[in-house]
Design a protein. Structure first.
Lengths: 258, 285
Protein backbone atom coordinates (compact mmCIF):
# COMPACT_ATOMS: atom_id res chain seq x y z
CA UNK A 1 0.00 0.00 0.00
CA UNK A 2 1.25 3.43 -0.93
CA UNK A 3 -0.02 6.90 -1.70
CA UNK A 4 -2.55 8.94 0.21
CA UNK A 5 -4.58 5.99 1.55
CA UNK A 6 -1.49 4.77 3.35
CA UNK A 7 -0.72 8.28 4.62
CA UNK A 8 -4.29 8.60 5.91
CA UNK A 9 -3.98 5.17 7.54
CA UNK A 10 -0.78 6.29 9.27
CA UNK A 11 -2.38 9.49 10.60
CA UNK A 12 -5.43 7.60 11.91
CA UNK A 13 -3.13 5.00 13.44
CA UNK A 14 -1.20 7.66 15.34
CA UNK A 15 -4.53 9.03 16.60
CA UNK A 16 -5.60 5.51 17.60
CA UNK A 17 -2.40 4.83 19.50
CA UNK A 18 -2.83 8.10 21.38
CA UNK A 19 -6.43 7.15 22.15
CA UNK A 20 -5.32 3.77 23.48
CA UNK A 21 -2.25 4.80 25.40
CA UNK A 22 -2.78 8.40 26.58
CA UNK A 23 -5.45 7.67 29.22
CA UNK A 24 -3.32 4.91 30.75
CA UNK A 25 -0.11 6.94 30.73
CA UNK A 26 -1.78 10.02 32.22
CA UNK A 27 -3.43 8.01 34.94
CA UNK A 28 -0.15 6.40 35.94
CA UNK A 29 1.71 9.73 35.82
CA UNK A 30 -0.88 11.45 38.00
CA UNK A 31 -0.69 8.65 40.56
CA UNK A 32 2.78 10.03 41.30
CA UNK A 33 1.99 13.75 41.31
CA UNK A 34 2.27 15.90 44.38
CA UNK A 35 -0.89 17.92 43.75
CA UNK A 36 -4.38 17.10 44.92
CA UNK A 37 -5.73 17.38 41.38
CA UNK A 38 -4.86 15.18 38.48
CA UNK A 39 -3.99 17.82 35.92
CA UNK A 40 -1.33 20.21 34.70
CA UNK A 41 0.99 21.79 35.66
CA UNK A 42 2.59 18.61 36.87
CA UNK A 43 4.37 19.32 40.13
CA UNK A 44 7.17 17.05 41.18
CA UNK A 45 6.86 13.35 41.80
CA UNK A 46 5.42 12.15 45.07
CA UNK A 47 4.38 8.95 46.76
CA UNK A 48 1.81 10.59 49.01
CA UNK A 49 -1.17 8.96 47.23
CA UNK A 50 0.43 5.57 47.58
CA UNK A 51 0.84 6.11 51.29
CA UNK A 52 -2.79 7.24 51.46
CA UNK A 53 -3.76 4.12 49.55
CA UNK A 54 -2.02 1.85 52.02
CA UNK A 55 -4.04 3.42 54.82
CA UNK A 56 -7.30 2.87 52.91
CA UNK A 57 -9.40 0.51 55.07
CA UNK A 58 -10.55 -2.62 53.29
CA UNK A 59 -7.96 -2.56 50.52
CA UNK A 60 -5.91 -5.49 51.82
CA UNK A 61 -8.99 -7.63 52.14
CA UNK A 62 -10.14 -6.69 48.63
CA UNK A 63 -6.75 -7.65 47.20
CA UNK A 64 -6.85 -11.01 48.96
CA UNK A 65 -10.38 -11.67 47.72
CA UNK A 66 -9.39 -10.75 44.18
CA UNK A 67 -6.40 -13.08 44.27
CA UNK A 68 -8.50 -15.95 45.66
CA UNK A 69 -11.17 -15.49 43.01
CA UNK A 70 -8.88 -14.95 40.04
CA UNK A 71 -6.32 -17.65 40.86
CA UNK A 72 -9.11 -20.21 41.37
CA UNK A 73 -10.99 -19.11 38.28
CA UNK A 74 -7.91 -19.09 36.03
CA UNK A 75 -6.69 -22.53 37.14
CA UNK A 76 -10.18 -24.04 36.77
CA UNK A 77 -10.62 -22.34 33.40
CA UNK A 78 -7.20 -23.66 32.35
CA UNK A 79 -8.13 -27.27 33.17
CA UNK A 80 -11.69 -27.15 31.82
CA UNK A 81 -10.70 -25.22 28.70
CA UNK A 82 -7.67 -27.38 27.89
CA UNK A 83 -9.69 -30.60 28.22
CA UNK A 84 -12.29 -29.16 25.86
CA UNK A 85 -9.63 -27.99 23.40
CA UNK A 86 -8.07 -31.48 23.31
CA UNK A 87 -11.48 -32.99 22.66
CA UNK A 88 -12.29 -30.42 19.99
CA UNK A 89 -8.96 -30.99 18.23
CA UNK A 90 -10.22 -34.45 17.34
CA UNK A 91 -13.32 -33.12 15.64
CA UNK A 92 -13.21 -31.79 12.09
CA UNK A 93 -12.20 -28.13 11.84
CA UNK A 94 -15.75 -27.23 10.84
CA UNK A 95 -17.43 -29.01 13.75
CA UNK A 96 -14.88 -27.66 16.22
CA UNK A 97 -15.48 -24.15 14.89
CA UNK A 98 -19.21 -24.43 15.48
CA UNK A 99 -18.79 -25.76 19.04
CA UNK A 100 -16.29 -23.00 19.85
CA UNK A 101 -18.59 -20.32 18.41
CA UNK A 102 -21.43 -21.54 20.65
CA UNK A 103 -19.26 -21.81 23.76
CA UNK A 104 -17.86 -18.32 23.09
CA UNK A 105 -21.30 -16.68 23.10
CA UNK A 106 -20.83 -15.40 26.69
CA UNK A 107 -18.02 -13.17 25.41
CA UNK A 108 -20.39 -11.26 23.12
CA UNK A 109 -23.53 -11.10 25.25
CA UNK A 110 -23.85 -7.99 27.43
CA UNK A 111 -22.11 -8.79 30.75
CA UNK A 112 -24.91 -6.95 32.51
CA UNK A 113 -27.47 -9.43 31.18
CA UNK A 114 -25.44 -12.43 32.30
CA UNK A 115 -24.70 -10.79 35.62
CA UNK A 116 -28.36 -10.25 36.51
CA UNK A 117 -29.24 -13.71 35.16
CA UNK A 118 -26.63 -15.26 37.45
CA UNK A 119 -27.96 -13.18 40.33
CA UNK A 120 -31.51 -14.41 39.67
CA UNK A 121 -30.32 -17.98 39.10
CA UNK A 122 -28.21 -18.08 42.26
CA UNK A 123 -31.04 -16.87 44.43
CA UNK A 124 -33.61 -19.18 42.85
CA UNK A 125 -31.42 -22.28 43.03
CA UNK A 126 -30.58 -21.67 46.67
CA UNK A 127 -26.85 -21.44 45.98
CA UNK A 128 -26.82 -17.93 47.33
CA UNK A 129 -24.22 -15.29 46.52
CA UNK A 130 -20.58 -15.39 47.48
CA UNK A 131 -17.14 -16.02 46.10
CA UNK A 132 -18.36 -19.28 44.52
CA UNK A 133 -20.82 -17.37 42.32
CA UNK A 134 -18.12 -14.86 41.37
CA UNK A 135 -15.76 -17.70 40.40
CA UNK A 136 -18.54 -19.37 38.42
CA UNK A 137 -19.33 -16.12 36.64
CA UNK A 138 -15.66 -15.68 35.73
CA UNK A 139 -15.45 -19.24 34.36
CA UNK A 140 -18.25 -18.36 31.98
CA UNK A 141 -16.09 -15.92 30.00
CA UNK A 142 -12.57 -17.25 30.72
CA UNK A 143 -13.15 -20.86 29.61
CA UNK A 144 -13.91 -19.84 25.98
CA UNK A 145 -10.65 -17.83 25.85
CA UNK A 146 -8.63 -20.83 27.03
CA UNK A 147 -10.37 -23.09 24.51
CA UNK A 148 -9.69 -20.69 21.62
CA UNK A 149 -6.00 -20.23 22.50
CA UNK A 150 -5.19 -23.90 23.26
CA UNK A 151 -7.23 -25.20 20.33
CA UNK A 152 -5.40 -22.76 18.08
CA UNK A 153 -2.08 -24.21 19.28
CA UNK A 154 -3.26 -27.83 18.96
CA UNK A 155 -4.38 -27.38 15.37
CA UNK A 156 -0.94 -25.99 14.51
CA UNK A 157 0.86 -29.16 15.64
CA UNK A 158 1.99 -31.50 12.90
CA UNK A 159 0.31 -34.89 13.56
CA UNK A 160 3.47 -36.54 12.21
CA UNK A 161 5.28 -35.67 15.45
CA UNK A 162 2.88 -37.73 17.52
CA UNK A 163 2.73 -40.47 14.93
CA UNK A 164 6.51 -40.71 15.06
CA UNK A 165 6.36 -41.18 18.83
CA UNK A 166 3.72 -43.86 18.40
CA UNK A 167 5.78 -45.63 15.75
CA UNK A 168 8.70 -45.68 18.16
CA UNK A 169 6.53 -47.62 20.54
CA UNK A 170 5.15 -45.01 22.96
CA UNK A 171 1.68 -45.70 24.30
CA UNK A 172 -1.07 -43.09 23.97
CA UNK A 173 -0.71 -41.83 27.52
CA UNK A 174 3.06 -41.55 27.11
CA UNK A 175 2.65 -39.72 23.81
CA UNK A 176 0.35 -37.26 25.47
CA UNK A 177 2.59 -36.78 28.49
CA UNK A 178 5.93 -36.56 26.69
CA UNK A 179 4.99 -35.08 23.30
CA UNK A 180 1.64 -33.29 23.24
CA UNK A 181 1.73 -31.69 26.67
CA UNK A 182 5.22 -30.17 26.30
CA UNK A 183 4.09 -28.76 22.96
CA UNK A 184 0.90 -27.14 24.25
CA UNK A 185 2.18 -26.47 27.78
CA UNK A 186 3.27 -22.86 27.24
CA UNK A 187 -0.04 -22.10 25.53
CA UNK A 188 -1.98 -23.57 28.45
CA UNK A 189 -0.03 -21.51 30.99
CA UNK A 190 -0.33 -18.44 28.76
CA UNK A 191 -4.07 -18.96 28.41
CA UNK A 192 -4.35 -19.20 32.18
CA UNK A 193 -2.49 -15.92 32.57
CA UNK A 194 -4.89 -14.29 30.11
CA UNK A 195 -7.79 -15.80 32.05
CA UNK A 196 -6.31 -14.35 35.24
CA UNK A 197 -6.02 -10.90 33.63
CA UNK A 198 -9.64 -11.05 32.44
CA UNK A 199 -10.86 -12.31 35.78
CA UNK A 200 -9.11 -9.78 38.00
CA UNK A 201 -10.28 -6.95 35.72
CA UNK A 202 -13.96 -7.92 35.68
CA UNK A 203 -16.31 -5.52 37.37
CA UNK A 204 -19.85 -6.02 36.06
CA UNK A 205 -20.29 -9.76 36.72
CA UNK A 206 -18.42 -9.50 40.02
CA UNK A 207 -20.47 -6.64 41.38
CA UNK A 208 -23.76 -8.48 40.84
CA UNK A 209 -22.65 -11.92 42.02
CA UNK A 210 -20.46 -11.19 45.04
CA UNK A 211 -23.26 -10.46 47.50
CA UNK A 212 -21.04 -8.86 50.12
CA UNK A 213 -17.42 -7.80 50.42
CA UNK A 214 -15.14 -6.39 47.78
CA UNK A 215 -12.74 -7.43 45.08
CA UNK A 216 -10.17 -5.00 43.75
CA UNK A 217 -12.53 -3.79 41.00
CA UNK A 218 -15.60 -3.31 43.20
CA UNK A 219 -13.35 -1.50 45.68
CA UNK A 220 -12.03 0.79 42.94
CA UNK A 221 -15.58 1.40 41.75
CA UNK A 222 -16.58 2.58 45.22
CA UNK A 223 -13.68 5.02 45.24
CA UNK A 224 -14.38 6.26 41.73
CA UNK A 225 -17.97 7.02 42.64
CA UNK A 226 -17.18 8.86 45.84
CA UNK A 227 -13.92 10.67 45.30
CA UNK A 228 -11.80 12.21 42.60
CA UNK A 229 -8.62 12.04 44.62
CA UNK A 230 -5.40 10.81 43.03
CA UNK A 231 -5.66 7.78 45.34
CA UNK A 232 -7.96 6.39 42.64
CA UNK A 233 -5.14 6.85 40.14
CA UNK A 234 -2.79 4.92 42.40
CA UNK A 235 -5.08 1.94 42.77
CA UNK A 236 -5.97 2.19 39.07
CA UNK A 237 -2.27 1.98 38.30
CA UNK A 238 -2.07 -1.27 40.26
CA UNK A 239 -4.97 -2.72 38.24
CA UNK A 240 -3.41 -1.67 34.94
CA UNK A 241 0.03 -3.01 35.79
CA UNK A 242 -1.24 -6.34 37.15
CA UNK A 243 -3.65 -7.07 34.29
CA UNK A 244 -1.39 -5.89 31.49
CA UNK A 245 1.65 -7.76 32.83
CA UNK A 246 -0.36 -10.97 33.13
CA UNK A 247 -1.84 -10.45 29.67
CA UNK A 248 1.48 -9.55 28.05
CA UNK A 249 3.19 -12.61 29.57
CA UNK A 250 0.26 -14.78 28.54
CA UNK A 251 0.28 -13.43 24.98
CA UNK A 252 4.00 -14.04 24.69
CA UNK A 253 3.71 -17.60 25.91
CA UNK A 254 0.78 -18.44 23.66
CA UNK A 255 2.28 -16.55 20.73
CA UNK A 256 -1.33 -15.61 20.11
CA UNK A 257 -1.68 -13.14 17.27
CA UNK A 258 -5.38 -12.47 17.03
CA UNK B 1 -10.85 -39.63 12.08
CA UNK B 2 -10.04 -36.18 10.94
CA UNK B 3 -8.45 -34.98 14.18
CA UNK B 4 -4.84 -33.97 14.19
CA UNK B 5 -3.40 -34.73 17.58
CA UNK B 6 -3.10 -37.38 20.23
CA UNK B 7 -5.04 -39.96 18.33
CA UNK B 8 -5.22 -42.91 20.59
CA UNK B 9 -5.55 -41.47 24.05
CA UNK B 10 -9.22 -41.54 24.91
CA UNK B 11 -9.80 -41.97 21.24
CA UNK B 12 -13.55 -42.45 21.20
CA UNK B 13 -14.09 -40.17 24.10
CA UNK B 14 -14.25 -36.73 22.61
CA UNK B 15 -17.39 -35.52 24.30
CA UNK B 16 -16.42 -36.36 27.90
CA UNK B 17 -13.50 -33.99 27.42
CA UNK B 18 -15.82 -31.22 26.27
CA UNK B 19 -18.36 -31.99 28.98
CA UNK B 20 -16.93 -29.75 31.77
CA UNK B 21 -16.81 -26.75 29.43
CA UNK B 22 -20.32 -27.54 28.20
CA UNK B 23 -21.49 -27.82 31.81
CA UNK B 24 -20.09 -24.37 32.62
CA UNK B 25 -21.79 -22.97 29.54
CA UNK B 26 -25.15 -24.62 30.24
CA UNK B 27 -25.31 -24.30 34.03
CA UNK B 28 -23.89 -20.79 34.34
CA UNK B 29 -24.74 -19.27 30.97
CA UNK B 30 -27.84 -20.79 29.38
CA UNK B 31 -29.63 -21.90 32.56
CA UNK B 32 -29.70 -18.54 34.36
CA UNK B 33 -30.67 -16.77 31.12
CA UNK B 34 -33.62 -19.14 30.59
CA UNK B 35 -34.66 -18.58 34.18
CA UNK B 36 -34.48 -14.84 33.68
CA UNK B 37 -36.56 -15.22 30.53
CA UNK B 38 -39.24 -16.90 32.66
CA UNK B 39 -39.04 -14.12 35.25
CA UNK B 40 -39.51 -11.50 32.53
CA UNK B 41 -43.15 -12.62 32.34
CA UNK B 42 -43.70 -12.37 36.09
CA UNK B 43 -44.79 -9.43 38.16
CA UNK B 44 -43.78 -7.70 41.37
CA UNK B 45 -46.00 -8.01 44.41
CA UNK B 46 -45.01 -5.72 47.24
CA UNK B 47 -41.29 -6.47 47.51
CA UNK B 48 -41.39 -9.95 46.09
CA UNK B 49 -41.65 -11.34 42.60
CA UNK B 50 -44.65 -13.50 41.83
CA UNK B 51 -45.29 -15.94 38.96
CA UNK B 52 -47.49 -14.59 36.21
CA UNK B 53 -47.79 -14.69 32.46
CA UNK B 54 -47.89 -11.05 31.51
CA UNK B 55 -46.42 -9.03 28.67
CA UNK B 56 -46.67 -5.92 30.83
CA UNK B 57 -42.91 -5.81 31.44
CA UNK B 58 -42.09 -5.88 27.75
CA UNK B 59 -44.65 -3.17 27.03
CA UNK B 60 -43.11 -1.07 29.81
CA UNK B 61 -39.60 -1.87 28.61
CA UNK B 62 -40.38 -0.29 25.26
CA UNK B 63 -42.91 2.42 26.19
CA UNK B 64 -41.23 3.79 29.33
CA UNK B 65 -37.67 3.62 28.07
CA UNK B 66 -38.08 3.67 24.29
CA UNK B 67 -36.12 6.89 23.89
CA UNK B 68 -33.17 5.55 25.86
CA UNK B 69 -33.30 2.37 23.77
CA UNK B 70 -33.18 4.36 20.54
CA UNK B 71 -30.36 6.62 21.69
CA UNK B 72 -28.44 3.56 22.94
CA UNK B 73 -28.66 2.03 19.46
CA UNK B 74 -27.58 5.31 17.86
CA UNK B 75 -24.65 5.63 20.23
CA UNK B 76 -23.70 2.01 19.60
CA UNK B 77 -23.66 2.65 15.84
CA UNK B 78 -21.52 5.78 16.28
CA UNK B 79 -19.00 3.98 18.51
CA UNK B 80 -18.86 0.93 16.23
CA UNK B 81 -18.46 3.10 13.12
CA UNK B 82 -15.56 5.09 14.59
CA UNK B 83 -13.91 1.90 15.88
CA UNK B 84 -14.30 0.24 12.49
CA UNK B 85 -12.76 3.13 10.53
CA UNK B 86 -9.85 3.42 12.97
CA UNK B 87 -9.37 -0.35 13.01
CA UNK B 88 -9.08 -0.50 9.22
CA UNK B 89 -6.36 2.16 9.42
CA UNK B 90 -4.48 0.42 12.24
CA UNK B 91 -4.78 -3.00 10.59
CA UNK B 92 -3.53 -1.55 7.30
CA UNK B 93 -0.45 -0.16 9.01
CA UNK B 94 0.08 -3.46 10.86
CA UNK B 95 -0.05 -5.32 7.54
CA UNK B 96 1.87 -2.99 5.24
CA UNK B 97 4.31 -1.08 7.44
CA UNK B 98 7.80 -2.40 8.20
CA UNK B 99 7.46 -5.80 9.92
CA UNK B 100 8.95 -4.48 13.16
CA UNK B 101 6.48 -1.56 13.34
CA UNK B 102 3.63 -3.91 12.55
CA UNK B 103 4.63 -6.34 15.29
CA UNK B 104 4.94 -3.63 17.92
CA UNK B 105 1.60 -2.14 16.92
CA UNK B 106 -0.14 -5.52 17.05
CA UNK B 107 1.33 -6.26 20.47
CA UNK B 108 0.19 -2.85 21.72
CA UNK B 109 -3.33 -3.53 20.48
CA UNK B 110 -3.38 -7.00 22.06
CA UNK B 111 -2.14 -5.76 25.42
CA UNK B 112 -4.56 -2.83 25.57
CA UNK B 113 -7.35 -5.32 24.85
CA UNK B 114 -6.86 -6.61 28.36
CA UNK B 115 -6.73 -4.80 31.58
CA UNK B 116 -8.01 -1.76 33.31
CA UNK B 117 -11.61 -1.63 32.02
CA UNK B 118 -12.80 0.61 34.85
CA UNK B 119 -9.51 2.47 34.94
CA UNK B 120 -9.54 3.23 31.21
CA UNK B 121 -13.00 4.79 31.48
CA UNK B 122 -12.17 6.66 34.66
CA UNK B 123 -9.06 8.09 33.03
CA UNK B 124 -11.27 10.08 30.66
CA UNK B 125 -12.58 11.96 33.68
CA UNK B 126 -8.98 12.98 34.32
CA UNK B 127 -8.67 14.12 30.72
CA UNK B 128 -12.01 15.77 30.03
CA UNK B 129 -13.14 17.12 33.41
CA UNK B 130 -13.24 20.78 34.42
CA UNK B 131 -10.01 20.22 36.32
CA UNK B 132 -8.86 17.78 33.68
CA UNK B 133 -5.82 17.70 31.50
CA UNK B 134 -7.35 19.39 28.45
CA UNK B 135 -9.04 22.22 30.35
CA UNK B 136 -6.14 22.88 32.70
CA UNK B 137 -3.73 22.70 29.78
CA UNK B 138 -5.75 25.21 27.76
CA UNK B 139 -6.15 27.46 30.80
CA UNK B 140 -2.46 27.41 31.58
CA UNK B 141 -1.66 28.18 27.96
CA UNK B 142 -4.10 31.11 28.13
CA UNK B 143 -6.21 29.89 25.21
CA UNK B 144 -9.39 29.82 27.29
CA UNK B 145 -10.32 31.72 30.45
CA UNK B 146 -12.96 29.35 31.85
CA UNK B 147 -13.02 25.58 31.56
CA UNK B 148 -15.07 24.06 28.73
CA UNK B 149 -17.68 22.20 30.75
CA UNK B 150 -19.18 20.24 27.88
CA UNK B 151 -16.09 18.11 27.51
CA UNK B 152 -17.16 15.73 30.24
CA UNK B 153 -20.70 14.47 30.87
CA UNK B 154 -21.68 14.54 27.23
CA UNK B 155 -22.41 11.91 24.57
CA UNK B 156 -19.03 12.80 23.04
CA UNK B 157 -17.26 11.86 26.27
CA UNK B 158 -19.12 8.53 26.35
CA UNK B 159 -18.19 7.85 22.72
CA UNK B 160 -14.52 8.74 23.30
CA UNK B 161 -14.24 6.50 26.35
CA UNK B 162 -16.02 3.60 24.63
CA UNK B 163 -13.88 3.87 21.49
CA UNK B 164 -10.89 3.93 23.83
CA UNK B 165 -11.54 0.50 25.27
CA UNK B 166 -13.33 -1.12 22.29
CA UNK B 167 -10.84 -0.24 19.55
CA UNK B 168 -8.58 -3.28 20.20
CA UNK B 169 -11.60 -5.56 19.75
CA UNK B 170 -12.13 -4.06 16.30
CA UNK B 171 -8.51 -4.20 15.16
CA UNK B 172 -8.07 -7.95 15.69
CA UNK B 173 -10.68 -9.25 13.20
CA UNK B 174 -9.66 -6.69 10.56
CA UNK B 175 -5.97 -7.44 11.01
CA UNK B 176 -6.76 -11.15 10.74
CA UNK B 177 -8.68 -10.63 7.50
CA UNK B 178 -5.95 -8.42 6.09
CA UNK B 179 -3.29 -11.03 6.83
CA UNK B 180 -5.00 -13.31 4.33
CA UNK B 181 -4.65 -10.74 1.54
CA UNK B 182 -1.55 -11.76 -0.41
CA UNK B 183 0.98 -9.21 -1.59
CA UNK B 184 0.74 -10.78 -5.06
CA UNK B 185 -2.90 -9.77 -5.40
CA UNK B 186 -1.99 -6.17 -4.62
CA UNK B 187 1.02 -6.16 -6.93
CA UNK B 188 -1.05 -7.65 -9.73
CA UNK B 189 -3.63 -4.89 -9.40
CA UNK B 190 -0.89 -2.28 -9.26
CA UNK B 191 0.82 -3.67 -12.34
CA UNK B 192 -2.47 -3.28 -14.16
CA UNK B 193 -2.31 0.43 -13.35
CA UNK B 194 -4.65 0.63 -10.37
CA UNK B 195 -4.01 3.72 -8.21
CA UNK B 196 -3.70 3.43 -4.43
CA UNK B 197 -7.22 4.69 -3.69
CA UNK B 198 -8.83 2.36 -6.21
CA UNK B 199 -6.62 -0.47 -5.03
CA UNK B 200 -7.89 0.01 -1.51
CA UNK B 201 -11.53 0.35 -2.52
CA UNK B 202 -11.69 -2.35 -5.20
CA UNK B 203 -9.14 -4.92 -4.07
CA UNK B 204 -8.55 -4.68 -0.34
CA UNK B 205 -11.89 -3.60 1.13
CA UNK B 206 -13.92 -6.35 -0.57
CA UNK B 207 -11.38 -8.93 0.56
CA UNK B 208 -11.55 -7.89 4.24
CA UNK B 209 -15.32 -7.38 4.19
CA UNK B 210 -16.05 -10.13 6.72
CA UNK B 211 -13.41 -8.95 9.16
CA UNK B 212 -14.75 -5.39 8.97
CA UNK B 213 -18.31 -6.52 9.59
CA UNK B 214 -17.15 -8.68 12.51
CA UNK B 215 -15.31 -5.68 13.97
CA UNK B 216 -18.37 -3.48 13.63
CA UNK B 217 -20.73 -6.03 15.20
CA UNK B 218 -18.38 -6.85 18.08
CA UNK B 219 -17.98 -3.18 19.01
CA UNK B 220 -21.68 -2.51 18.54
CA UNK B 221 -22.69 -5.40 20.83
CA UNK B 222 -20.21 -4.43 23.54
CA UNK B 223 -21.10 -0.72 23.32
CA UNK B 224 -24.89 -1.11 23.64
CA UNK B 225 -24.43 -3.53 26.55
CA UNK B 226 -22.15 -1.21 28.48
CA UNK B 227 -23.59 0.84 31.31
CA UNK B 228 -20.45 1.72 33.23
CA UNK B 229 -19.18 4.34 30.78
CA UNK B 230 -22.32 6.50 30.81
CA UNK B 231 -22.35 6.40 34.63
CA UNK B 232 -18.71 7.50 34.93
CA UNK B 233 -18.38 10.01 32.08
CA UNK B 234 -21.91 10.50 30.70
CA UNK B 235 -23.41 12.30 33.68
CA UNK B 236 -27.16 12.55 33.86
CA UNK B 237 -27.50 13.89 30.35
CA UNK B 238 -26.66 10.70 28.52
CA UNK B 239 -29.20 8.12 29.63
CA UNK B 240 -28.44 4.73 28.14
CA UNK B 241 -30.59 1.63 28.35
CA UNK B 242 -28.17 -0.48 30.38
CA UNK B 243 -28.09 2.25 33.02
CA UNK B 244 -31.80 1.72 33.52
CA UNK B 245 -31.59 -2.05 33.69
CA UNK B 246 -29.03 -2.27 36.49
CA UNK B 247 -31.09 -0.44 39.18
CA UNK B 248 -34.06 -2.77 38.54
CA UNK B 249 -31.93 -5.46 40.18
CA UNK B 250 -30.81 -3.14 42.94
CA UNK B 251 -32.57 -0.16 44.43
CA UNK B 252 -35.72 -0.27 42.29
CA UNK B 253 -36.17 -3.99 42.87
CA UNK B 254 -38.17 -4.86 39.80
CA UNK B 255 -36.51 -7.98 38.48
CA UNK B 256 -39.29 -8.85 36.00
CA UNK B 257 -39.06 -5.44 34.35
CA UNK B 258 -35.24 -5.56 34.45
CA UNK B 259 -35.29 -9.01 32.83
CA UNK B 260 -37.69 -7.87 30.11
CA UNK B 261 -35.53 -4.80 29.47
CA UNK B 262 -32.46 -7.04 29.19
CA UNK B 263 -34.06 -9.20 26.51
CA UNK B 264 -35.52 -6.15 24.78
CA UNK B 265 -31.99 -4.74 24.57
CA UNK B 266 -30.65 -7.97 23.07
CA UNK B 267 -33.44 -8.19 20.48
CA UNK B 268 -33.05 -4.52 19.55
CA UNK B 269 -29.27 -4.98 19.27
CA UNK B 270 -29.64 -8.12 17.12
CA UNK B 271 -32.05 -6.34 14.80
CA UNK B 272 -30.00 -3.14 14.52
CA UNK B 273 -26.80 -5.14 14.17
CA UNK B 274 -28.26 -7.29 11.40
CA UNK B 275 -29.41 -4.22 9.46
CA UNK B 276 -26.00 -2.57 9.82
CA UNK B 277 -24.21 -5.76 8.79
CA UNK B 278 -26.38 -6.08 5.67
CA UNK B 279 -25.70 -2.44 4.75
CA UNK B 280 -21.96 -2.82 5.29
CA UNK B 281 -21.95 -5.99 3.24
CA UNK B 282 -23.49 -4.11 0.32
CA UNK B 283 -21.27 -1.05 0.59
CA UNK B 284 -18.02 -2.98 0.90
CA UNK B 285 -18.63 -5.42 -1.94
Amino acid sequence: MTGWPMRLARILTVASVILLVAPLVLLIVFAFTDRGLANFPFEGPSLRWWRALLEEPGLGRAVRTSLTVSLTASVLAGVVGTLAAIGLARLSARKAGIVIAVLALPIVLPPLLQAVALLAGASASGFGLGLHTVIGAHLLFTVPFVIIVVHGRLSGIDPAIEEAARDLGAGPVRVFRTVTMPLIGPSVVGAMLIAFALSIDDYVLTSFTIGGGNTLTTFVWGMMRTSASPVVNAIGTILIVVTMTAAALGLRMTRYRG
Amino acid sequence: MSGTVSQGILNDRIWPLILPAAAVFLALGVGPLLWMFVISFWRVDVFRIAPDLTLRNYIDAVSLHGRALASTMALGIAVAAICTVLSIAVATVIRFAKPRTGQILLFLVLVTLFGGYLTKIYAWKTILGNDGVINSGLLTAGIISTPIEQLLYSPAAVIAAMVGFLLPFAVLPVAGALRAVEMIEIEAARDLGTGPAKLFRLVILPRIRRGVIAAFLLCFCLAVGDYITPILVGGGRTALYGQMIAPQFGTLFNWPLGAAMGFTLVVAALFTGAVCAALLDRVLR
